[in-house]
Design a protein around this ligand. Structure first.
Ligand code: PEP
Ligand code: MG
Length: 360
């Protein structure tokens, strides 16, 4: 337990835990962040963003090799290099989070973040892939996007290159089997598909995950319980939640993107004008900090209602930045979500806010 949580403050937090209904999870993808989150009382990982892992150490060269490959064979060659390290990532996380659920989101990068820019970077990828620099540059130019945040990211990447999600799912299940074997306690993986807008996308991606699970369980001679669910971060997904819940076993509201796509405001550029919008009372508060309860909130309510109509036990959480904001947590309580997920250092605030929301 973190020293800050000892003494009177610890007692207060215990009282809060006795009152709150909402579970509190954390957004974390390194073992250290997971440890911190757990020490602050997180009851699971609500969002593990795997794209951050792809920049670790020397991996970025293999990642670039995969993205720039001309065909599936080329991508698989790069993915084979990434699998052992990705498996190691999940082993560490499952070990720290023993006994608690871990929502692992499959790759969701704006593609341009992975493209090489400097001559030396192209040279490294060329030597790893055994192809010429000019060919790689041509391919990088083909992959250029004018609006990467609305482009080839999230499950669109999994739809076009299913082998990427297959490798990640394999890494998750191999890691889960390894940890179960070593510790005697099975991890609780929840595999999350990002940027879904249609039930069909989720169906295709769930099939990839289930197939990888089946293959790994057959190889290892053991089965691990897991869920497959989706982010709800596009207005279309919120509206079609009834259909999406036929496939997905849980929803996690990605309110960063849901705010961006509902308001039509770029999350990366909003700072230029949001101050004026708040000053003039157009928005009561920065909608990327505190949920736009009337707009984005209504979509969350619609999705919760339609999702539960199809699947009464669909698990509902929130993992956008709003998951650590007390006013937004009050909304989540009213909307009947099951959990909020916040950055590790906001977990205590979320525990208190969840208790206050329950009392209200
Ligand atoms: C979100 O969109 O709210 C979310 C949690 O995902 P990311 O911030 O990684 O896009
Ligand atoms: Mg998102």
């Amino acid at each position: 337990v973190q020293p800050e949580l000892a003494g009177d403050f610890g007692t207060l937090m215990e009282w809060a835990d006795g009152v709150r209904r909402l579970k509190v999870r954390a957004n974390a993808e390194t073992p250290l962040d997971c440890r911190t989150a757990r020490d602050f009382g997180a009851e699971g990982i609500g969002l593990c963003r795997t794209e951050h892992m792809f920049f670790e150490g020397s991996r970025i060269t293999a990642v670039r090799q995969m993205i720039l490959a001309e065909d599936e064979k080329g991508r698989r060659a790069a993915l084979d290099k990434l699998l052992p390290e990705q498996r190691g990532d999940f082993v560490e996380i499952f070990e720290v989070m023993a006994g608690l659920p871990c929502t692992i989101r499959l790759l969701d990068p704006p593609l341009h973040e992975f493209l090489p820019h400097q001559e030396a970077e192209f040279a490294e990828v060329a030597s790893a892939a055994g192809v010429g620099v000019e060919q790689l540059k041509r391919r990088a130019a083909e992959l250029h996007e004018f609006n990467p945040m609305l482009g080839h990211r999230g499950c669109r990447l999994g739809v076009t290159y299913p082998e990427i999600y297959e490798m990640q799912a394999r890494a998750i299940f191999e890691a889960a089997c390894e940890v179960a074997e070593k510790s005697g306690e099975a991890p609780i993986p929840e595999v999350m598909i990002p940027l879904v807008g249609t039930a069909k996308e989720l169906e295709l991606m769930k099939a990839v995950v289930d197939k990888a699970a089946e293959a790994v369980f057959a190889e290892k001679g053991r089965t691990i319980e897991y869920l497959v669910g989706t982010m709800i971060e596009l207005p279309r997904a919120a509206l079609k939640a009834g259909e999406i819940a036929e496939v997905g076993e849980f929803f996690s509201f990605g309110t960063n993107d849901l705010t961006q796509t509902t308001l039509g405001v770029s999350r990366d550029d909003a700072a230029r004008f949001l101050g004026a919008y708040v000053d003039k009372g157009i928005y009561a508060r920065d909608p990327f900090v505190s949920l736009d309860v009337e707009g984005v909130g209504e979509l969350i309510e619609i999705a919760a209602e339609r999702g539960r109509k199809t699947r009464p036990d669909v698990k509902l959480g929130i993992c956008g930045e709003h998951g650590g904001d007390p006013a937004s947590i009050t909304f989540c309580e009213k909307a009947g979500l099951d959990y909020v997920s916040a950055s590790p250092y906001r977990v205590p605030i979320a525990r208190l806010a969840a208790a206050q929301a329950a009392l209200k």
